[in-house]
Design a protein around this ligand. Structure first.
Ligand code: ADP
Length: 622
């Protein structure tokens, strides 16, 4: 077959343009990226050979080799791993394999500096070879297949494929170095780069053609070494390898369990949320090893979905080496590891929350919404998760914990008050919590979409029930808390006036409301809507309605503020002759006003505008 030429996928062409034209200073990371791929290729072959040992036969020792050809100005990186056939070369090295990279391109800012910092965050895998090479040749023969292939490109839009004869198993990448990149032909420089970035790679990395010569890296699985012998830099490098990132982790959790269940975990919490954190499949990416052999990064049962932000590895001593991915589905060992892993991670998080609350708050901003899914799903760890949870509240601008909240509860206060909605700013200004604020009673402001769901699952914390501030009676009179020291307004409205007003409002509003009553939760606003005890929370009802999960929501209660000037005025009017007819517009306007504050549409905008005009016309002129 003669040589065939292909164009790169448009995204790859764009990526290559950035990679070759950017002034990214840490060019040496190309070696890290290529070694990382080579090590993955060896892992994949070792796994395949568990069921098909013949695949390893021609070269049972897996290794990575680095060749330096000074006069030819070529650097080669070889591995005897799984290799790629023609289709795989075209697919893997001509399109974007990793979803993160595709996102990287979408996020890419127009200016070159931004692009450079993003390269730093994501790494660009194989394509980073073009940072230092103006021509790259990849020869590869897939394990178990006779024919080898050569892939070549100068990185400018096309690549070519042709047959290659007599290749060893695996992949060799030859970099024709650009002018000015001669430093990568210095053996000492290469040795230092390998040490720096790839020491933790479990496959030996050797200089090509040196027989059993020097191995450049430690070549043992990092997680199997004692903690005391691992530096922070080594942990961070390993994180970058497993997480496909160039940033540092926020938290490293390294633990070896011995006894009934034997396993090691080396897990990391990223310092920034990964782009696919809210992908609907909620898959985690922790890799499962058995006796230091990579098995899969698709073992769903290994990590609960609410911890899917974790990166790293779990290495089990109890699973059989020849375990198939299917067998892992409902494996009791996997289940037990998952339980232990969740407990360990939550325990470490609790420690962090205590030791460094500010850093923990940042973590919570990044991953709190995901952890809160666990409050719904993981009843076993619910208490621990609630303890870890942080919220916005009326108390301060800082995040608060439920323990903080409970510690501040007023005498006679039985419930933890919450208000849910879509937007923190609006929630903070809700009329329903005015009375709570005025009495110094804290309300949790819950604007995360997941909040309504865990609240629904979770009756109480520490024996204190959660209670929506927009539902049922506020019972604020029971709580011994100082009222705001606003001078007590005027004398209360006479009972008969307010009673008559309420009767008139009920008569005019009819079925549009469930009830009308005087509020003890309003201080500044004239009116607000409330859900009756036992009815759905109003925000949840709106949400369900929007998603068409319920037809229509329960009727609400209209609460009026008997100290508000408008209500006082209306009450005065209510006892005069002919009031029923004259207050009709006012009644409907009060209800519409309450709806607007809730962010709900007015039912009949035209009628609303007409009423408003009438009332204003009457009012202007005084
Ligand atoms: P990533 O490694 O993040 O998937 P890359 O662009 O580095 O992205 O590589 C794309 C794909 O090419 C890899 O997922 C892998 O399937 C394949 N590949 C790269 N290098 C090798 C190699 N040395 N041996 C076998 N396959 C490889």
């Amino acid at each position: 077959m003669t040589q065939q030429t292909f164009s790169f996928q448009a995204e790859v062409a764009r990526l290559l343009h950035i990679v070759t034209h950017s002034l990214y200073s840490d060019k040496e990371i190309f070696l890290r990226e290529l070694i990382s791929n080579a090590s993955d290729a060896c892992d994949r072959l070792r796994y395949a050979a568990l069921t098909e040992p013949a695949l390893l036969a021609e070269a049972p020792q897996l290794e990575i080799t680095i060749g330096i050809d000074k006069p030819g100005r070529k650097l080669t990186l070889g591995d005897n791993g799984i290799g790629m056939n023609r289709e795989e070369l075209i697919g893997n090295l001509g399109t974007i394999a990793r979803s993160g990279t595709a996102t990287f391109l979408e996020e890419l800012p127009k200016d070159a500096n931004g692009a450079v910092s993003l390269i730093g965050q994501f790494g660009v895998g194989f394509y980073s070879a073009f940072m230092v090479a103006d021509k790259v040749e990849v020869t590869s023969r897939k394990a178990g297949e006779p024919q080898g292939w050569r892939w070549t490109s100068d990185g400018s839009g096309n690549f070519a494929i042709d047959e290659a004869e007599d290749l060893p198993r695996g992949t060799t990448i030859t970099l024709h170095l650009r002018q000015g990149e001669d430093e990568f032909l210095e053996p000492e420089r290469i040795r230092r780069i390998v040490k720096k970035y790839s020491d933790h790679i479990a496959v030996p990395i050797k200089r090509a053609g040196r027989g059993e010569g020097e191995t450049l890296n430690m070549a043992s699985a990092l997680w199997s070494r004692p903690k005391s012998e691992i530096s922070a830099a080594q942990y961070n490098e390993f994180y970058r390898h497993v997480a496909h990132t160039l940033s540092d982790p926020w938290l490293t959790i390294h633990h070896k369990a011995e006894g009934r269940l034997e396993y090691a975990l080396l897990l990391f919490v990223p310092s920034e949320p990964p782009y696919d954190l809210f992908h609907p499949d909620r898959k985690h990416q922790v890799k499962l090893y058995v006796h230091r052999v990579f098995v899969t990064d698709q073992c769903e049962g290994l990590v609960p979905p609410y911890l899917r932000f974790l990166r790293g590895v779990v290495d089990s001593e109890d699973l059989p080496l020849a375990v198939s991915r299917e067998m892992l589905q409902h494996n009791p060992v996997v289940t037990r590891i998952r339980h232990a892993l969740a407990r360990r991670v939550l325990g470490e998080l609790e420690k962090e929350a205590k030791d460094d609350p500010a850093a923990y708050a940042k973590f919570w901003e990044n991953f709190g919404s995901v952890l809160k899914e666990g409050i719904c799903e993981d009843s076993e760890n619910r208490a621990a998760l609630l303890k870890l949870a942080r919220f916005r509240s009326t108390h301060s601008d800082d995040l608060v914990s439920l323990d903080d909240y409970v510690g501040r509860m007023k005498e006679g206060q039985a419930a933890i008050y919450t208000i849910t909605g879509e937007d923190l700013g609006t929630l903070a200004k809700s009329p329903q919590i005015e009375g709570f604020r005025a009495r110094g009673i804290e309300v949790l402001l819950l604007a995360d979409p997941v909040d309504v769901f865990w609240l629904d699952m979770c009756p109480d914390y520490d024996g204190k029930p959660f209670k929506s501030a927009t539902r049922g009676a506020a019972d604020l009179a029971e709580i011994k808390a100082p009222k705001a020291d606003k001078p007590e307004a005027e004398a209360p409205i006479p009972e008969n006036q307010i009673g008559t007003l309420i009767a008139l409002l009920k008569q005019n509003l009819g079925d549009a409301v469930k009830n009308v009553r005087v509020s003890d939760r309003l201080t500044d606003s004239a009116v607000c809507l409330i859900a009756d005890d036992g009815d759905l929370d109003m925000h949840l009802a709106r949400l369900l309605q929007k998603n068409r999960q319920i037809e229509r929501s329960d009727r609400r209660i209209l609460e009026i503020n008997a100290n508000h000037a408008l209500i006082r005025r209306l009450a005065e009017e209510a006892t005069k002759p002919g009031a029923a007819a004259r207050l009709q517009d006012a009644a409907l306007l009060l209800l519409d006003q309450a709806r607007i504050i809730e962010g709900e549409p007015v039912v009949d905008p035209v009628a609303f505008a007409r009423r408003l005009s009438t009332v204003m016309a009457r009012g202007v002129g005084g």
